[in-house]
Design a protein around this ligand. Structure first.
Ligand code: F6P
Length: 373
């Protein structure tokens, strides 16, 4: 009997989601004669049984389209907002999976989705995930779809910002997404020739950043581009956050864990404007005028790059083949150019940060880029 796959996209949208849906769907239907049903708006849609069949017509013409035809949300199965109350909807999801006679559920998402998918796998569902995020921070896979496109957008932005920085003799501080990982800022910073690159993995010393800019001034370079990751922190704040996270991970009791979560949320709220603070401090310390550009969701929009389309199609079709082979409880990772199934237990909670000895960091230093330390 032919298999029936359910598919959903969860977390933030990302270029390459539609290309992946197409890859899974075309291969599942064309090669293996399976049925495929899309659930709308992530886990929320599966809870509410909002779905539609992804037959040939629906999958046509979406390879190059940004966003996701399924819609997405950040809802978690075990903590879903239902009519203003937070409820565990895992059992409803399990019920709907069976009511729809699914043989497998394919979840496209980033780090949060991998954790949620693992929980559903532990409830006995046949789960396969695919690694999506512009942040490139999902463990084990070499890369995630969406990253290459966002990297191109951020690099293009830095290229364009050079004109104003150069013409007005200014510092331009450009904030780049990436959550708590520095892949996007580092990659775009190198590709765009930023003079300073600040990442969450290397807490920065503001005086050293200012000194690097002042040294450029002395050499007659009257402008500087600072590429700052949204999660970058000065040394003191990084130490504060580390202490809070330690408490959250190893609390004395439930109360301490709850308090640590509240304190982390307050810290993040306070930190939301940090790029403006950084810009003001650099103005004061260097005497140069400084301006801020926040790239924000521009980095997640638009048509996926060729590399992301290839990756998405490769991983998507491999996913359909794994369903055919009944290999479940895995994420389809890209390892050395190959699509490899890796156990979800190894991926969930495994955040891939930029290692201290990563070749990109060495490269940046070798072209005199200041990394904040
Ligand atoms: O994970 C992708 C991402 O764009 C992060 O870089 C960023 O921190 C976050 O999502 C923003 O989320 P939202 O779209 O919910 O504001």
């Amino acid at each position: 009997m032919s298999k029936h796959i359910g598919i959903l996209t969860a977390g933030g949208d990302s270029p390459g989601l539609n290309a992946t849906i197409r890859g899974v769907g075309k291969c599942a239907q064309g090669q293996y004669g399976m049925q495929i049903t899309g659930f709308k708006d992530g886990f929320k849609g599966l809870t509410e049984n909002r779905s539609f069949r992804l037959d040939g017509d629906v999958l046509s013409g979406i390879l190059t389209v940004g966003g996701t035809i399924l819609g997405t949300s950040r809802d978690k199965p075990h903590r879903m907002n239902i009519g203003g109350k937070v409820r565990d909807m895992t059992d409803v999801i399990v019920e709907n999976y069976h009511a729809n006679h699914l043989d497998a559920l394919v979840c496209l998402g980033g780090g949060g989705t991998q954790k949620n998918a693992l929980k559903l796998m532990e409830k006995g569902l046949n789960i396969i995930t695919l690694p999506k995020t512009i942040d490139n921070d999902v463990g084990i896979t070499d890369t995630t779809f969406g990253f290459d496109t966002a990297l191109g957008i951020a690099t293009d932005a830095i290229d364009r910002l050079h004109s104003t920085a150069h013409s007005h003799h200014r510092i331009i501080v450009v904030e780049i997404m990436g959550h708590r990982a520095g892949w996007l800022a580092l990659g775009a910073g190198i590709a765009g020739g930023a003079d300073v690159i600040l990442t969450p993995e290397i807490p920065y010393n503001i005086n050293q950043v200012a000194e690097a800019i002042t040294q450029r001034l002395r050499k007659g370079k009257s402008f500087s581009i600072v590429a700052v990751a949204e999660g970058a922190l000065p040394i003191e704040d990084a130490a504060k956050l580390k202490a809070l996270e330690k408490k959250k991970l190893n609390p004395k009791d439930k109360q301490e864990k709850k308090q640590a979560k509240i304190d982390i949320a307050a810290f993040e709220k306070e930190h939301a404007e940090h790029t403006f603070t950084l810009s003001r401090q650099l103005e004061e310390l260097t005497g140069l005028e400084s301006r801020v550009t926040i790239l924000g969701h521009l980095q997640r929009g638009g048509t996926p790059s060729a590399a992301d389309r290839i990756l998405a199609t490769h991983l998507g079709t491999a996913c359909a083949t794994l369903v055919q082979q009944c290999q479940f409880g895995v994420m389809v990772a890209s390892i050395n150019g190959k699509a490899e199934p890796v156990p979800l237990e190894k991926v969930a909670g495994n955040k891939k940060l930029v290692p201290k000895d990563h070749p990109w960091l060495i490269t940046a230093r070798q072209v005199d880029t200041n990394l904040g330390n």
